[in-house]
Design a protein around this ligand. Structure first.
Ligand code: IPM
Ligand code: MG
Length: 360
């Protein structure tokens, strides 16, 4: 049996996950996939129900599954600058760290009918197909941090540290993934300033010796941010640290027109993975049917690809999403004149209908 934990989280998390579960349910029944899924609370809702963003029990249920499907966490209700109050985002950090999900894959593709939804000019968008490989369990997200009150003033620090083995395993994964793509890795760092970036560059170069068929170049993060807007087509696989990957993947999302389109997979060495859209919980549009479920539907596709090795089902979902967009259906975030505005549930139903056609 294939066990999946479904963690809708906060804000639009519940709405977008509901659409993915529609698809999951259909696939499970029609293809006899023997998938069993259970739900649990994480993030703000778990703070409300359990007093903590992630309980040990929820974590154990995830550990005993083959994959986790996550919506989004966070919201103004739990925003606080008090270092002692629990934060919804700690659930994400806990899941990533405790489940050992060191590699985060964030693919950015251009859907032809959505070119006009991008804020970039049409001619720079042609053939963009980028994969951001973000290190997910190290760096400044997990380094020592502290707030110090001394002599009437307050200061705070966060530490960005990387060990050789952490860089090695993410570099290996990036080179291997690039092999099935356009065989080009751009490693992004800030080696002109940061010591951990200099180590990053050294290790990436030494791992590259095993992957001579892959072209490797290095770029400083400020330049990479500029190049992504200037000429995104130059990138194939971007390999980078936790914080740089966080920032660059939001930027890269806008190339495709909306952050509501981008899925992600967080993986470790075995097939276990956590799958989630790269966007947040968008409390401002919660409950209005405005959320785009596509990023979560595509995350489900990634789950079938990476955790279940079912490429066939993954591409069926992706194809169905493509068809629905080809037919001019748009949620509010990607709506332009002359297209058809649909709500979250309608978008999910349309994808399901295409999927059914493909499976007949
Ligand atoms: C992401 C998100 C998270 C991160 C937040 C919600 C903590 O922005 O997955 O990119 O910074 O990693
Ligand atoms: Mg982010």
């Amino acid at each position: 049996m294939n066990k999946i934990m479904v963690l809708p989280g906060d804000g639009i998390g519940t709405e977008i996950i509901a659409e993915s579960v529609k698809i999951l349910k259909y696939l499970n029944e029609s293809f006899n996939l023997d998938i069993e899924y259970g739900y649990d609370y994480v993030g703000g809702i778990s703070i409300d129900k359990n007093g903590t963003p992630l309980t040990g029990e929820t974590l154990d249920k995830c550990k005993n599954s083959k994959a986790v499907l996550l919506g989004a966490v966070g919201g103004p209700k739990w925003d606080s600058t008090d270092p002692d109050s629990p934060r919804p985002e700690e659930a994400l950090m806990g899941l990533r760290k405790e489940l050992g999900l060191f590699a985060n894959l964030r693919p950015v593709k251009i859907y032809k009918p959505l070119v006009s939804a991008s804020t970039l000019k049409k001619d720079v968008l042609e053939d963009v197909d980028v994969l951001v490989v973000r290190e997910l369990t190290g760096g400044i997200y997990f380094g020592e941090r502290k707030r110090i009150k001394e002599g009437g003033s307050t200061s705070a620090y966060d530490t960005m540290a990387y060990s050789d083995y952490e860089i090695k395993r993410i570099a290996e994964l990036a080179f291997q993934t690039a092999r099935s793509r356009n065989k080009k890795v751009t490693s992004v760092d800030k080696a002109n300033i940061l010591e951990n970036s200099r180590l990053w560059r050294e290790i990436v170069c030494s791992v590259h010796k095993k992957y001579r068929d892959i072209e490797l170049n290095h770029m400083y993060v400020d330049n990479a941010a500029m190049q992504l807007i200037r000429n995104p087509g130059q990138f194939d696989t971007i390999l980078t640290s936790n914080i740089f990957g966080d920032i660059l993947s939001d930027e890269a999302a806008m190339i495709s027109g909306s952050i509501g389109l981008l899925p992600s997979a967080s993986l470790r060495e075995d097939k276990f993975g956590m799958y989630e859209p790269i966007h947040g919980s968008a409390p401002d549009i919660q409950g209005q049917g405005k959320a785009n479920p596509i990023a979560t539907l595509l995350s489900l596709a990634m789950m079938f690809r990476y955790s279940f090795g079912m490429e066939n089902i993954a591409s069926k979902i992706e194809c169905s999403v493509g068809k629905v967009l080809d037919n001019g259906n748009r949620t509010a975030d990607i709506y332009t004149d002359g297209t058809k505005l649909v709500n979250t549930g309608e978008m999910g139903d349309l994808v399901l209908a295409e999927l059914k056609k493909l499976s007949d």
